[in-house]
Design a protein. Structure first.
Length: 282
């Protein structure tokens, strides 16, 4: 085993073996064909904070429903089981990944960037007429989770990465590769694979900075890549010190994003940002 692989295994070992409890229960339930919405309701309702957040999501402008969603069972009928499970994971991860030193990473900026990326990914997918829009949002929301895990697992080297980004102007991924031998994208994808998330989400997260390497889900990866770049340009960034990752122009045409569609994407992000940030981070 190479030194970088050994470091990677050590960094993610605790995460791979211990996915959030409620997410684990929901994933197990998803694999049981005999379970009903009531069974999923019972799992989610055991966590009042999670229940409140998911009901806020279902009643938000994200869905713009005509009727108020008052129960998890209703939310499951509106949103769907798998998307709601992925959203449950998003809400739990926001709460779980706290305690990062503000000297290394501004956690508020981090979640603003990731939420904005989720909203932009969803808007791009919607403009293309894609289905399962929530999966695009989830990919954007969770695409940088590996970065938080690196910061938690090795704050000293995370500081080295920040300094190199600040002094040399290189991208975060390049600095990570040179310091660790792997990037935050690989960390996130590895954990999500072990947790049994969808292959499209795993590949999009793994290659969101190198989209031409995506073999099975090139569109999903291209959308995430472009959304990530756009929200940086909208000033939803990670704060001082982390330069924007370069845009790969060869995949832009796949996403249908043009100068004419940028206003729609910006509006979708800006109008839903405050509401979504309130749901996930408070």
């Amino acid at each position: 085993m190479s030194n970088s692989n050994a470091i990677l295994d050590e960094m993610v070992s605790g995460w791979i073996g211990s996915p959030p409890v409620v997410f684990n229960k929901l994933q197990e339930a998803l694999n049981d064909p005999d379970l009903s919405f009531k069974d999923f309701d019972a799992i989610i309702s055991a966590d009042p904070s999670l229940t409140a957040r998911l009901l806020k999501v279902a009643n938000s402008s994200f869905y713009a429903l005509d009727t108020k969603v008052e129960t998890i069972t209703h939310a499951l009928g509106v949103v769907g089981v798998k998307p709601l499970i992925e959203m449950a994971l998003s809400t739990v991860m926001v709460q779980k990944l706290k305690g990062i030193s503000p000297e290394l990473l501004n956690i508020q900026f981090f979640w603003k960037h990731n939420i904005a990326c989720g909203l932009a990914s969803r808007a791009i997918a919607q403009s293309l007429g894609a289905g399962n829009l929530e999966s695009y949002y989830t990919a954007g929301m969770l695409h940088d989770i590996g970065s938080l895990i690196i910061h938690q697992g090795n704050p000293k080297k995370a500081k080295q990465i920040l300094i190199r980004c600040q002094t040399e102007g290189i991208s975060q991924s390049r600095a990570e590769e040179e310091v660790f031998g792997f990037s935050h994208a690989r960390v996130g994808a590895l954990i999500f694979k072990e947790w049994g998330l969808s292959p499209s989400l795993i590949e999009a997260v793994r290659f969101h900075h190198s989209p031409t390497k995506a073999e099975n889900f090139p569109l999903e990866t291209a959308i995430l890549h472009v959304a990530d770049f756009l929200v940086y340009k909208m000033n939803y960034n990670l704060g001082d010190g982390y330069p924007v990752h370069p845009l790969d122009p060869t995949v832009v045409s796949m996403t249908g994003v043009t100068r004419d569609s940028l206003d729609y994407i910006r509006q979708a992000v800006n109008t839903q940002m405050a509401e979504t940030l309130d749901i996930f981070t408070k």
